[in-house]
Write a protein that binds this ligand. Structure first.
Ligand code: NOJ
Length: 543
């Protein structure tokens, strides 16, 4: 198959930047757009194709930008609209695409429309948000819960009603049962599409519609007692059938432009997740696939998940894989430093668009956040489970070098979150020098993935050899004439020698996670070291 039949978001690699934490250019301790622009050559050198920026819109930052006060501008902490346009141009000049975060489910309570909405019950914007009368006892209208602790309803004294927010109280939810709201949000999308952005990652897209009868949600009998939000089954606040019509309209808006992408943030099991491609593949291009984030890091579990996902994909639907993001503890903290290399090899050799979170290319770990620095609302609201639900640890500044503030902010500045303790040993500058660093591994893998269509767009094939349970092996195969690859990943700390001769006699090591093994190997007795991943090139199948 010809490479040009694939869109950039299929053959490419996405890299997520959390703008507050990437590069500070004005010494205020907060990353900004000019800082990102300074790092474009680095991004190019990583071999990624597209950058997804978490929100950069004006915001009071109660949820660090996911509370948007103006959908058509840039927060002064991050820069200006001109700076944004310059970033888009300079990215495009380097062949990089830009994906913005779109946050349609809720705005900031500072958004002028919410200010109007709450001003009076008869204000024309009242119905743009979700208002309900108190329950007979004066309490919230139903039992719905916020993801960030406490009820999903806040009482507004002056107008005598409650408004809905599934995140912080300063994130009132928009009412998509009012068609004017969607029309306005589609205009917001056009505003950025007209300025050349290449697509959107759409925040909590599966939550955009709620039960019109506002029924109580039932208790979940399987609740593990940890996160109170999981105490209820979210039957009436998530994944409602009506949401698909909204998404189709968003997609149609995007499709009026050339070659843009829409990715949905959706935490659902496969059978539900797949519905977000749309029956006619007319909804999101990719509903984000987060299974590897939550799964126990075991070869057989990962194999089962990958193969089930492959089997569940709708005809023509394009897969994708994610190992981390700004809401999840860092991959290297979840699986350990040695396995983080294996994880990057997995991510960059599976079939489907990979999304990397900034810092994963150098194996950044969760930062330790002293209590007085904790800022993330779910952690602030629920100190007893802060270590589980708090997201500050995975948002610490990017580690560029070993100078004070890790090259993120000039020394002397106070960074918005403390730099992680390991920055002087784990940083980009140091890993540039070290021939076998994680950074070199990441680049070696992206270079190969870009060069070999078998890896970027080829088929996934299961390997059924009997292997020790710590090993997971699969093939990636291009069309006739392309090279064919065998990936063997060791999720455990012991070496194994295995017989993979059914896949071929001999192979060459294209990449070993150690970056220290090269050359030919015999597949009848292949040794895979502890915590080692091997990407093996099989002889080309010329027909
Ligand atoms: C999902 C985002 O990824 C998260 O960071 C945010 O807090 C919520 N949506 C609310 O917007």
């Amino acid at each position: 198959m010809n490479d040009t039949t694939y869109r950039w978001w299929q053959s490419g690699i996405i890299y997520q930047i959390y703008p507050r934490s990437y590069q500070d250019s004005n010494a205020d301790g907060i990353g900004d757009l000019r800082g990102i622009r300074r790092r474009l050559d680095y991004l190019r050198s990583l071999g990624v194709d597209a950058i997804w920026l978490s929100p950069i819109y004006p915001s009071p930052m109660h949820d660090f930008g996911y509370d948007v006060a103006d959908y058509r501008d840039v927060d002064p902490r991050f820069g200006t609209l001109d700076e944004m346009e310059r970033l888009i141009d300079e990215m495009h000049a380097r062949g990089l695409k830009l994906i913005l975060d779109l946050v349609p489910n809720h705005s900031s309570s500072d958004h002028p429309f919410f200010v109007e909405s709450r001003s009076r019950r008869d204000n024309p914007k009242r119905d743009w948000y979700i208002w309900r009368d108190p329950a007979p006892d004066g309490g919230p209208p139903n039992n719905w819960l916020s993801f960030f602790g406490g009820p999903a309803w806040t009482y507004d004294e002056s107008s005598g009603q409650y408004y809905l927010h599934q995140f912080v109280t300063q994130q009132p939810e928009l009412n998509y049962r009012n068609p004017e709201v969607l029309a306005w949000m589609l205009d917001n999308m056009r505003f950025w599409l007209d300025r050349g952005v290449d697509g959107f990652r759409v925040d909590v897209i599966w939550l955009m519609m709620k039960d019109p009868a506002f029924r109580d949600e039932p208790e979940d009998p399987d609740w593990d007692g940890v996160n109170p939000h999981n105490r209820l089954k979210h039957l009436y606040t998530a994944d409602l059938p009506e949401v698909h019509e909204l998404i189709r309209q968003m997609r149609a808006t995007l499709d009026a432009y050339d070659d843009r992408v829409m990715i949905g943030e959706i935490y659902l099991p496969n059978d539900r997740l797949m519905t977000y491609y749309g029956e006619a593949l007319d909804e999101t291009h990719m509903p984000y696939n987060f299974q590897l984030i939550d799964a126990p890091w075991q070869a057989q579990t990962v194999k089962r998940l990958v193969e089930q996902y492959e089997a569940d994909l709708l005809e023509g639907a394009w897969p994708n894989w994610v190992l981390g993001n700004h809401d999840q503890h860092r991959m290297a903290s979840r699986v350990g430093a040695a396995q983080a290399r294996v994880a990057n090899m997995l991510l960059l050799t599976l079939r489907g668009t990979p999304t990397s979170y900034y810092g994963e290319e150098i194996g950044m770990v969760d930062g330790e956040i002293p209590p007085e620095f904790v800022q993330d609302p779910p952690a602030v609201n629920q100190p007893e489970i802060a270590h589980i639900v708090g997201r500050d640890p995975e948002r610490t500044p990017m580690q560029w070098n070993s100078t004070a503030n890790a090259g993120f902010s000039p020394s002397g500045a106070t960074t918005w979150l403390p730099v992680a303790a390991d920055y002087s040993e784990r940083n980009v500058a140091q890993q540039e020098q070290e021939p076998t660093s994680m950074l070199q591994l990441y680049r070696t893998l992206t270079r190969l993935r870009r060069a070999e269509s078998a890896l970027s767009v080829g088929d996934y094939m299961a390997v059924d050899a009997e292997l020790p349970t710590e090993l997971y092996a699969y093939r990636r195969q291009g069309q006739g004439g392309d090279d064919d690859f065998l990936v063997v990943l060791n999720f455990g700390g012991a070496a194994h020698t295995v017989d993979l001769s059914r896949e071929g006699q001999r192979a060459t090591i294209a990449v070993a996670t150690s970056l220290q093994r090269w050359g030919a190997v015999a597949l009848a007795a292949l040794t895979v070291g502890p915590n080692e991943g091997l990407l093996l090139r099989l002889a080309a199948v010329h027909q």
